[in-house]
Design a protein around this ligand. Structure first.
Ligand code: CAA
Length: 292
């Protein structure tokens, strides 16, 4: 059985940082790779700040903080991933980017290494087909913010082996996550339900059913959700929400999934949510919401 000691995380954005953090907290060595070396270094600093908050809350001691951070190694070259037993890709939600990454991973990692994608909607079977080991390719879909959210969806492609599935579930458990198994059908379980909710909230705003705040407070208090759908879309990133909506629409072929024009417009304007300081709300430099 494959012993997992070193993992690679591809992509130093909000999901990649969160995955690297929980993996290092679980005692694994983490190679955090981004094509942009400066971004990988910056991600290391930001994980340090996230750990500082855990130290302040006395959830992690300051010596543990140092050990966790020392297990995360920023990298920018695929060749650095050769020691990895398991790789989790968390690059932007674009099929061409993911296929390119998995083609490279096939070449630069050992044949026994499992290759997982954090994709929220793209076919795992298709991703696996561009590698030399489709039986060792799997979906490992984390939720945002990764350190807080308990769920990982595990998605088997058509050729994914039982051993790969079991190793992935075991790894998620080491991260203290609960897993659900989802079929490799666009959106899997969570986004098949969530993205139509967010898209419908965009249509509600587009049609003037209420203000941004009315819609969010309505859903939050009316349905007892922790966040309204528009503020949640700002957290996820409107570009990511649109990319998933497009996959649902194109792949399932049903117009009920057509993305709202207002969502498309926000993305065209570069109003991508918290990460750009403006989405349906605006945010200050600390990421705190200032207004709708
Ligand atoms: N990173 C790490 N920790 C965070 C965090 C972040 N970005 N944001 C909040 N937290 C922590 C806080 O530090 C706090 O921890 P303690 O309880 O230990 O003090 C805890 O989470 C609660 O935070 P707050 O009190 O500040 O705020 P809150 O109670 O409103 O919770 C929230 C914030 C956890 C984000 C909550 O609003 C929530 O659960 N929202 C829904 C998130 C959600 O639905 N995520 C899934 C998105 S879908 C997805 O990711 C899949 C996809 O493919 C699109």
């Amino acid at each position: 059985m494959l012993e997992i000691k070193t993992i690679g995380v591809i992509g130093a954005g909000q999901m990649g940082r969160g995955i690297a953090q929980v993996a290092a907290q679980a005692g694994l060595e983490v190679l955090l790779l981004d094509a942009n070396a400066a971004l990988a270094d910056k991600a290391h600093e930001r994980i340090g700040r996230a750990l500082d908050r855990l130290v302040a809350k006395e959830k992690v001691s300051s010596s543990e903080r140092g050990e966790i951070l020392a297990r995360i190694h920023p990298k920018s070259d695929f060749a650095d991933l050769s020691p990895c037993d398991f790789v989790i890709e968390a690059a932007p939600e674009r099929e061409d980017i993911k296929l390119d990454i998995f083609t490279k991973l096939s070449k630069c990692t050992r044949d026994e290494a499992i290759l997982a994608s954090n994709t929220s909607s793209i076919s795992i079977t298709k991703i696996g087909a561009c590698t030399n080991r489709p039986e060792r390719v799997i979906g490992m879909h984390f939720m945002n913010p990764v350190p807080v959210m308990k769920l990982v969806e595990v998605v088997r492609g058509l050729p994914t082996s039982d051993a790969t599935y079991q190793a992935t579930v075991d790894l998620a458990h080491r991260f203290h996550k609960t897993t659900v198994a989802a079929r490799d059908i666009p959106g899997f379980i969570v986004n098949r339900v969530l993205i139509p909710l967010i898209n419908e909230a965009c249509f509600a705003l587009y049609e003037g059913l209420g203000t941004v705040e009315d819609i969010d407070v309505g859903v939050k208090l009316g349905l007892n959700h922790p966040m309204g759908p528009l503020e949640l879309s700002d957290l996820i990133g409107l570009d990511t929400c649109l990319a998933i909506a497009n996959v649902l629409h194109q792949e399932l072929g049903d117009d009920k999934y057509r993305p709202c024009p207002l969502l498309k417009q926000h993305v065209a304007a570069g109003w991508l949510g918290r990460k750009t300081g403006r989405g349906f709300y605006t945010y200050d430099a600390q990421g705190k919401k200032v207004q709708a």
